[in-house]
Design a protein around this ligand. Structure first.
Ligand SMILES: NC(=O)c1ccc[n+]([C@@H]2O[C@H](COP(=O)([O-])OP(=O)(O)OC[C@H]3O[C@@H](n4cnc5c(N)ncnc54)[C@H](O)[C@@H]3O)[C@@H](O)[C@H]2O)c1
Length: 438
């Protein structure tokens, strides 16, 4: 049974290595520096390493000022030289875990990291996998690769799994205040991992094994994926019934117990929710069990961009216009508000679908000046600057991401027709007849 344990935050001159300096690795590095540890960050992207060492942050929610302070404090340094992996007391792995084209786990980044660690592993080191993955990865994939070094787990080195729960853009919680689940490959590994994370994280949640820790992360993300699919399906049904799903959720949320609100949208985005449940689906096949809930949720969520395109076509039809040759401005490319991350964003799929129907599509996103090649999309677009005249020039302004920087009164005032997939215009009073929820 998992015990909850509050650790004292005590400074330490320990050297912590963090492999993968992205959305997860950098906030973690910041917390270790704050906790008094020294951090050696590893990344295979030499440009990222150079920028970081100059105090330039590659992600929006770590400002350049913070990055520069970390570097100048001499508590943090980044490198792409993997031979230095022998230096840290602990190595935390925060590399991507995407899906292959066939929607199967792609562990190539985890594996290449383990190969590099294995070549430099020394006695006494702790290695922790943080990347989201299926239950069994740490023991079945990571452990054998590390033991190729000739060293033995629990005797010579220590191995644990601790899922990252980073939530970029969350103003209530930051890395240090989000309780951290930790499972070890043995008792000593767990004890070592608890000691190390105690320097940076306020509340630690030790669990019985790596597998419990791995499964807990997948449960959290699957829970979100399925509940979002439920409200997405209800959105389509309630819309046909003439009922506003956001009003329904607002009403249901007044129940003080037994109900957690989830909100519909144009589809699922981000590196986690659309991907992680399929890691479990893949693993479940080895046990001869289908994960029907996950498959169904995936089908519903991936259909949402199509639904939005249908609603947009209907809204144009009401104005005796067709989608073909219409001018559409997509507002928001990021997969959720106030962040600069477009991975798996439904906005990308929406743009592709609208283009396939012959629409002329442009976008604005204050945090994403231009698109870069993604797993499935390569749009090659640049963000358009907003102005009242440019808004009025589009047949449809399609709100795909509800960034809080947008002035929705002003947008509705100047747009001819607004398709709102996020209920972002809920508080707009004037011009409501121009708004279609989708
Ligand atoms: N982004 C989130 O909000 C979030 C939240 C919870 C969990 N996670 C999980 O955390 C993990 C990391 O995600 P992320 O969003 O930080 O990814 P990211 O793409 O932002 O960063 C990963 C970094 O790892 C580097 N990298 C890749 N292979 C490497 C290697 N072999 N050696 C060294 N560096 C390497 C990349 O260059 C990149 O800079 C994933 O498993 C993800 O599912 C992410």
């Amino acid at each position: 049974m998992a015990r909850r344990k509050k650790m004292d935050r005590k400074g330490s001159d320990r050297l912590v290595g963090i492999v993968g300096l992205g959305y997860v690795g950098l906030p973690l590095a910041r917390e270790f520096c704050k906790g008094g540890a020294r951090v050696l960050g590893f990344d295979i992207n030499a440009d990222t390493v150079t920028a970081i060492n100059k105090g330039i942050s590659p992600i929006k929610h770590i400002p350049n000022k913070t990055m520069a302070e970390m570097v100048h404090s001499a508590r943090f340094h980044a490198t792409d030289d993997m031979s230095q992996l022998s230096k840290p007391d602990a190595i935390l792995i925060c590399v991507p875990t995407p899906l292959t084209r066939n929607r199967e786990p792609d562990l190539k980044y985890v594996e290449s990291t383990c190969r590099a660690i294995s070549q430099h592993l020394r006695k006494g080191q702790l290695v922790v996998l943080e990347s989201t993955t299926y239950p069994g990865t740490t023991r079945e994939v990571v452990l054998p690769m590390l033991e190729q070094s000739g060293l033995k787990v629990e005797r010579d080195f220590f191995l644990a799994y601790s899922p990252e729960r980073e939530d970029p853009g969350n103003r209530e919680f930051r890395t240090a205040t989000i309780p951290k689940v930790i499972g070890g490959c043995g008792r000593q590994s767990l004890a070592k991992a608890l000691e190390v994370y105690g320097y940076a994280i306020e509340t630690l949640v030790p669990v019985d094994s790596c597998e419990v820790a791995e499964a807990s992360k997948i449960l959290e993300n699957t829970y979100r994926c399925i509940n979002i699919a439920l409200v997405n399906e209800l959105k389509m049904l309630f819309d046909r019934m003439g009922i506003d799903v956001w009003e329904v959720i607002r009403a249901a949320s007044t129940k003080p117990f037994g109900f957690t609100p989830f909100y519909p949208g144009p589809g699922l985005g981000g590196h986690c929710i659309p991907i992680d449940p399929f890691y479990l689906t893949w693993k479940a096949r080895q046990y001869g069990l289908p994960t029907r809930f996950i498959e169904l949720a995936g089908q519903i969520n991936t259909r949402m961009p199509e639904y939005v395109v249908h609603r947009t076509a209907d809204a144009l039809n009401q104005k005796e216009k067709s989608l073909k040759e219409s001018k559409i401005l997509v507002l928001g490319l990021a997969y959720k508000p106030d962040i600069d991350d477009v991975r798996e964003s439904p906005s990308l799929e929406l743009i592709e679908l609208l283009r396939a129907k012959g629409a002329n599509v442009e976008y604005n996103d204050p945090y994403i000046p231009q698109t870069h090649k993604q797993r499935q999309h390569d749009l090659r677009m640049k963000s358009k600057k907003l102005s009242s005249t440019m808004l009025a020039g589009y047949d449809v302004v399609l709100i795909a991401t509800n960034h809080s920087d947008y002035d929705y009164d002003w947008i509705v005032k100047h747009a001819r027709l607004v398709v709102d997939t996020r209920n972002a215009t809920a508080n707009v009073r004037a011009g409501r007849s121009k708004i279609v929820k989708a």
